[in-house]
Design a protein around this ligand. Structure first.
Ligand code: ADP
Ligand code: MG
Length: 239
């Protein structure tokens, strides 16, 4: 990044640079009634970490995910993403950072039903500036990575829930994000197909990807290397 407001930050407290560094981040909604959904949150996620954030409905999970994903701005505090002061940059740059650094996986998959599996992944590479040939190559590779190379010409509606979520994961990683954010990624899946997606997360983590999974499900949260609980907008590490 070359903008003067985007200062590079050095390595943090750990031995890996921080991908996520939240410093005293709050988010309030003016209402009425006014709600403080996040109390001052300080959270550091190092490169290569697999972190889960677990909490009940209404605890502030989506609010936090929206801030982390640059879909929303904190009311106060600083959010450094991969060394960039996201709280200090304009919307256009936030959009560019989001596209370049973050992959999203949502509970409801959000695939385009009338496009093929391959197209769904390929469309995510649209703004990469790469030639179509290279975008295709990377899309095939991402689908191979999630074990769905045999499904490239299928429409999402003909796939199982677990396969659909794996397409969504391929779409999220095809651009080579620094951070994968997943919001209730197994919320629409049964135990068996949840397992497929969680096994895939393990593999991506082993490949070095930084993952942050938000869930209300303790069994899903337990798969992560580090767990944080959120209760009424307050974060607490789980031993
Ligand atoms: P979770 O995802 O854990 O269920 P949310 O982050 O959606 O929780 O919500 C946390 C709190 O913030 C709730 O009290 C919710 O009502 C409130 N909240 C979330 N979004 C808004 C909004 N846009 N306007 C007002 N209040 C909101
Ligand atoms: Mg939510």
């Amino acid at each position: 990044m070359s903008s003067p407001v985007v200062a590079a930050r050095g390595v943090g407290a750990g031995d890996q640079p921080a991908v996520v560094d939240l410093r005293g981040v709050t988010r309030s909604f003016p209402g009425p009634p006014p709600v403080t959904a996040l109390h001052p949150v300080t959270l550091r996620v190092a490169r290569g970490e697999y972190l889960s954030i677990v909490g009940p409905s209404g605890s502030g999970k989506s609010t936090l995910l929206n801030v982390l994903g640059l879909l929303d701005r904190p009311t106060t505090g600083e959010y450094w993403l991969d060394g960039t002061a996201t709280h200090a940059v304009g919307e256009r740059q936030r959009t560019a950072l989001r596209g370049g650094l973050i992959g999203f996986v949502f509970q409801a998959f959000h695939l385009l039903p009338h496009r093929t599996v391959l197209d769904n992944v390929l469309l995510a590479t649209m703004y990469s500036g790469l030639p179509r040939e290279e975008r295709l190559r990377r899309s095939y590779e991402a689908l191979r990575r999630v074990g769905l190379e045999h499904r490239i010409g299928f429409r999402p509606t003909t796939l199982s829930g677990g396969e659909r979520q794996r397409v969504a994961v391929a779409r999220a990683v095809v651009t080579g994000p620094r951070l994968l954010l997943a919001d209730e990624p197994t919320g629409n899946l049964d135990t068996t197909t949840s397992g497929e997606v969680l096994d895939l997360f393990d593999e991506l983590h082993a490949d070095g990807l930084t993952l942050l999974v938000i869930t209300h499900d303790d069994a899903v949260a337990a798969r992560a290397g580090r767990r944080v609980r959120i209760t009424d907008g307050v974060l607490r590490e789980i031993a």
